[in-house]
Design a protein around this ligand. Structure first.
Ligand SMILES: *[C@@H]1O[C@H](CO)[C@@H](O)[C@H](O)[C@H]1NC(C)=O
Ligand SMILES: *[C@@H]1O[C@H](CO)[C@@H](O)[C@H](O)[C@H]1NC(C)=O
Ligand SMILES: *[C@@H]1O[C@H](CO)[C@@H](O)[C@H](O)[C@H]1NC(C)=O
Ligand SMILES: *[C@@H]1O[C@H](CO)[C@@H](O)[C@H](O)[C@H]1NC(C)=O
Ligand SMILES: *[C@@H]1O[C@H](CO)[C@@H](O)[C@H](O)[C@H]1NC(C)=O
Ligand SMILES: *[C@@H]1O[C@H](CO)[C@@H](O)[C@H](O)[C@H]1NC(C)=O
Ligand SMILES: *[C@@H]1O[C@H](CO)[C@@H](O)[C@H](O)[C@H]1NC(C)=O
Ligand SMILES: *[C@@H]1O[C@H](CO)[C@@H](O)[C@H](O)[C@H]1NC(C)=O
Length: 481
């Protein structure tokens, strides 16, 4: 048989490439855990390592997650949720938080905590000001507690902010005219001054998808990185909203005397379901523009240097609130079961390859719940579908999503199955007043997958042993020195 030399070369390159795989400088991911069935944290950490991702941003400091990260070498941003900002107004509580959730992991083989995120988008307009006066005191107390614990040089407190904390005036809607929102200018100035004093970065979440979502006037191509009509800002030209948004922040910082403050992009990403622009095609286009771009380390017109960026997010989360939109549960680079959704080269070299999926995932049996076609009384069907969808994730049925084309029976089956899977395939969860039945036939239809859930990670036992292990490790560490 003739072997085409080119094929051989490509084959060799594929064999060799895993050895040289890296990711672009400063790249991390957000690891959210609002899912009904979580993968075991150790499986997730292995998946991060398999993909050479070495920075991760959390939304809390959960003990089991931290245990899985211990000894991994990953750099970790831990977080204080908004609902704890109020109590962090007490310096004693802040010190306690730092002791239990930061200092505790500072030993050889522990967790390399580099940042503490204080709150999550606390100034979001939809929070009606609830956290406006709580954020700065919490930030101050946490950083001061870190400083007092002797960790101030290696661990920085920061506040992940939504990009709606700044804007450009309608009269001059360009990045160079960016300013912090007038209603929070006082708080933002205090925060930025304090971050500056502690050599800490400001953290901002930028969502080109949200610029597009529900805004049909937004120029579609400007959300991506491939050839939009340039927009002129007094001689500087912008071809994507990511750069323009980032530079609006740079200008806002400059206006309060901190034009050089380091900026972390705390979240950026693209969802794959739940809107006409939320699909794997658009997500592929976005990420495969973003990554090569980050890989050049060229930054933006006003900040021509590398950018530290945390992608949002790692996994789909079927228990997130869909108040912001049906897409909320579908931000993952990976599906709920840790399998990649589309090709993405994190090295920024634009190779068309899939990420490495989670290994050794355990699924529930191949069983589904479907609409029972023999059911006679359909008067209660709508009510039962409603019930199923209230306690499970039916967002894939919506407009623009992968299951939007189902017929009425298909809709019912989809809803019933999602509920049945959430309930770990409990037969009692597939009754629906006689309208449903269990089947072992895969009832997926075309692009619309009817999923089988994974076996949920039970964390309680491992967290006990983790705690014991941490104490032992801590004691050993103390004894060694
Ligand atoms: C540490 O973090 C965990 C998880 O976020 C939280 O539940 C706990 O209250 C924190 N500990 C303290 C002492 O605040
Ligand atoms: C933690 O990460 C920082 C930032 O990359 C690095 O400089 C430091 O050496 C790491 N510390 C440990 C103990 O691994
Ligand atoms: C522990 O804290 C010191 C600073 O006091 C830092 O240099 C070191 O990297 C930290 N170790 C770990 C494992 O985070
Ligand atoms: C903010 O106000 C609106 C309108 O008054 C209300 O619908 C919403 O629930 C409020 N949100 C919060 C988080 O309080
Ligand atoms: C925040 O504090 C300011 C000044 O004390 C006060 O005027 C304002 O009403 C407070 N805002 C909220 C939402 O509590
Ligand atoms: C997966 O399972 C195999 C066989 O049980 C085991 O050898 C391997 O270490 C496991 N891998 C991970 C990442 O857990
Ligand atoms: C199926 O459900 C979706 C989402 O609720 C709805 O838009 C669609 O009209 C339904 N289809 C039928 C045939 O009932
Ligand atoms: C069911 O079928 C769909 C579509 O063909 C497929 O993607 C999915 O992997 C199948 N599920 C199982 C558990 O075999």
């Amino acid at each position: 048989m003739m072997v085409n030399p080119l094929t051989l070369f490509v084959g060799l390159a594929i064999l060799i490439s895993p050895l040289s795989v890296t990711v672009v400088d400063g790249l991390g991911v957000n690891w959210g855990t609002m899912a009904t069935h979580k993968l075991p944290p150790k499986t997730v950490v292995q998946m991060l390592k398999d993909n050479n991702i070495n920075k991760v941003k959390l939304f809390d400091a959960d003990e089991t997650t931290m245990g899985a990260l211990a000894g991994s070498g990953l750099e970790v941003m831990v977080a204080i949720p908004n609902d704890q900002l109020n109590v962090m107004g007490s310096y004693d509580r802040a010190k306690d938080w730092v002791r239990k959730n930061v200092t505790r992991y500072n030993f050889s083989g522990g967790v390399n905590i580099t940042f503490v995120a204080v709150g999550n988008e606390p100034f979001l307009k939809s929070y009606n000001g609830t956290f406006i006066n709580l954020t700065f005191p919490a930030l101050q107390n946490i950083q001061n507690a870190l400083n007092e614990a002797g960790l101030g040089n290696s661990v920085k407190a920061t506040v992940p902010l939504n990009a709606d904390v700044y804007d450009s005036p309608a009269s001059d809607p360009v990045p160079s005219a960016g300013r912090f929102r007038p209603d929070i200018l006082g708080q933002m100035t205090q925060i930025v001054d304090f971050l500056g004093k502690n050599n800490a970065p400001i953290t901002i979440n930028i969502y080109p998808f949200l610029s597009l979502y529900g805004n049909d006037d937004f120029p579609l191509n400007y959300a991506f990185f491939d050839g939009a009509q340039p927009i002129d800002d007094h001689g500087v030209s912008y071809t994507n909203v990511f750069d323009a948004n980032f530079d609006t922040l740079v200008s806002s910082l400059k206006a309060v005397g901190h034009g050089d403050m380091p900026i972390i992009v705390g979240e950026v990403g693209w969802p794959t379901e739940g809107d006409k622009h939320a699909n794997t095609g658009d997500a592929y286009r976005f990420y495969n523009g973003l990554l090569p771009r980050l890989g050049t380390n060229k930054g933006t017109p006003l900040r021509p240097t590398y950018i530290e960026v945390y992608l949002f997010g790692l996994l789909d989360e079927d228990a997130k609130s869909i108040a912001p939109g049906a897409f909320e549960r579908h931000w993952g680079l990976f599906r709920f079961d840790g399998q990649p959704k589309f090709p993405l080269d994190l090295s920024g070299q634009g190779q068309n390859k899939l990420l490495v999926g989670a290994r050794n995932v355990t699924y529930l049996p191949n069983k589904w719940c479907e609409f029972n076609p023999d059911a006679k009384d359909l008067t209660k069907l709508a009510k039962n579908i409603d019930f199923a969808c209230t306690f499970s994730d039916c967002t894939a049925l919506g407009y623009g999503s992968s299951c939007n084309g189902l017929d009425a029976n298909g809709n019912a089956s989809y809803a019933f199955n999602m509920y049945f899977q959430v309930k770990n395939q409990d037969e009692m969860a597939c009754v629906f007043q006689g309208l449903a039945r269990v089947t072992d036939k895969n009832i997926s239809q075309g692009q619309c997958e009817f999923p089988v859930q994974i076996v949920a990670s039970s964390s309680s036992s491992s967290s006990v042993s983790l705690f014991v292990w941490l104490i032992i490790a801590g004691v050993l560490f103390v004894l060694m020195f």
